[in-house]
Design a protein around this ligand. Structure first.
Ligand SMILES: *Cc1c(COP(=O)(O)O)cnc(C)c1O
Length: 391
């Protein structure tokens, strides 16, 4: 079976984890945590990073530090993994779902139109006319390792006083190579950036994540909140409700080994993408999604756009038939405003997200995949699609 996306532990993972166990530092203290944070800071060219339990926790900490709470609204994508949106609910704030563009990331033109036409901006507050609530923040997700159009999004955010939380959980390593943000990494352009080291991400700590922000003080506050908000080094004094969100040293040991391999992982993902690109070029009915011009993407996930009818059934068929041939694929997420907890949520002209939610198939992208395996994946895809067009 060729898996969709599995972790790669060919580096120092076992050595560092065994070291952490031997030293007895397995929990939320230990040298690997700070070492991982230092490596992330250097890699991302950012001043401060806090390692935490998950990407979801990183987004939640960002909302907490930004002061988003009950009665506030947050603009979120309609087409993404639900973990990008759930933390808005943890804060008893209300999401407003925004459409994507052809990059699958948030559509900046719609975002602008929404702010201009559906909201009122006065006294540095953006008020949604429909319910009188203040829109405080946007969660921008960099889908599949691509990066959203941050130049436009930051302009709009600045104009309307919005806090930008970048969900860079899928885009560690993606950066601009041209334009205003040349050299800047996904997650370090907005006010906050969240990363995930879940098992399927480009590097993994089993479960885990990290958060960065504009200033060291913001990161320091999130670190404080992630360790039960303890206010005295010796006594149990707590001035706020804190969380158990800090990364453990065991996770960080894995993370340090993975960070050593990150550039190599990205190189392989980029090469494999090229191989797919060449092999898929003449295949009708599928289009390999591209990454933004003027950026270098980590090419974390490969996405095919299918051009077919009866898409839900067809995609289910393709996934099953490919699996029977030993190739694991998956459909893109369901629209979040169609999920039960969000069924009554506010939306703004969701069109492309609907279109893409029925047409995207993800194909194997692990860093270990060989050229022969990629050829096999494409030959199976060719066969399955050929059969279906004759049915
Ligand atoms: C993986 C992921 C998350 C959540 O990360 P966890 O570490 O699993 O909590 C959030 N948003 C997106 C887009 C993701 O892909």
């Amino acid at each position: 079976m060729i898996p969709l996306s599995i972790p790669n532990f060919e580096g120092n993972e076992k050595k560092y984890v065994a070291d952490a166990v031997e030293q007895g530092w397995v929990s939320t203290g230990g040298a690997y945590i700070t070492r991982l944070e230092d490596m992330l800071m250097e890699y991302l060219h950012t001043e401060s990073v806090a390692a935490c339990q998950s990407g979801t926790a990183a987004i939640h900490l960002s909302l907490l530090d930004a002061g988003v709470g009950a009665g506030d609204m947050v603009i979120v994508p309609a087409l993404t993994f639900i973990a990008a949106v759930n933390p808005v609910k943890y804060q008893f704030a209300e999401p407003l779902f925004m459409d994507c563009d052809d990059s699958l990331c948030m559509d900046p033109q719609k975002l602008r139109k929404f702010c201009e036409e559906e909201c009122q901006y006065s006294n540095s507050r953006l008020i949604y006319k429909k319910n009188g609530k203040q829109i405080k923040a946007i969660v921008v997700v960099h889908i599949f390792g691509n990066i959203a159009d941050m130049e436009q999004i930051m302009d709009i955010a600045e104009e309307y006083g919005l806090v930008v939380i970048e969900d860079a959980t899928e885009a560690l390593g993606t950066h601009y190579t041209e334009g205003r943000y040349k050299g800047r990494y996904a997650g370090t352009i907005g006010h906050y950036g969240a990363y995930s080291f879940n098992g399927n991400k480009i590097i993994t700590t089993g479960g885990g994540g990290a958060v960065t922000a504009r200033t060291a003080a913001m990161v320091e506050n999130m670190k404080y909140l992630s360790t039960q908000a303890k206010d005295d080094p010796h006594f149990y004094v707590h001035n706020r409700v804190g969380y158990n969100y800090r990364m453990t040293n065991l996770q960080a040991a894995l993370g340090v080994a993975q960070m050593e391999k990150l550039p190599e992982f990205i190189r392989r993902k980029q090469n494999n993408y090229k191989t797919y690109q060449n092999l898929l070029a003449d295949l009708p009915m599928v289009k390999l999604l591209q990454f933004r011009m003027g950026t270098s993407s980590n090419k974390w996930f490969y996405a095919l756009e299918l051009s077919m009818e009866n898409l839900y059934e067809d995609i289910r068929n393709i996934i099953t038939k490919m699996e029977d041939c030993g190739v694991q694929t998956r459909a893109i997420w369901g629209l979040i405003p169609e999920q039960k907890p969000y069924i009554n949520a506010m939306t703004y002209r969701i069109e492309k997200a609907v279109y893409y939610s029925r047409r995207i198939l993800n194909i194997p992208c692990s860093t270990q995949i060989s050229k022969e395996e990629i050829q096999f994946v494409v030959s199976v895809l060719r066969k399955v699609l050929g059969e279906m067009s004759h049915e």
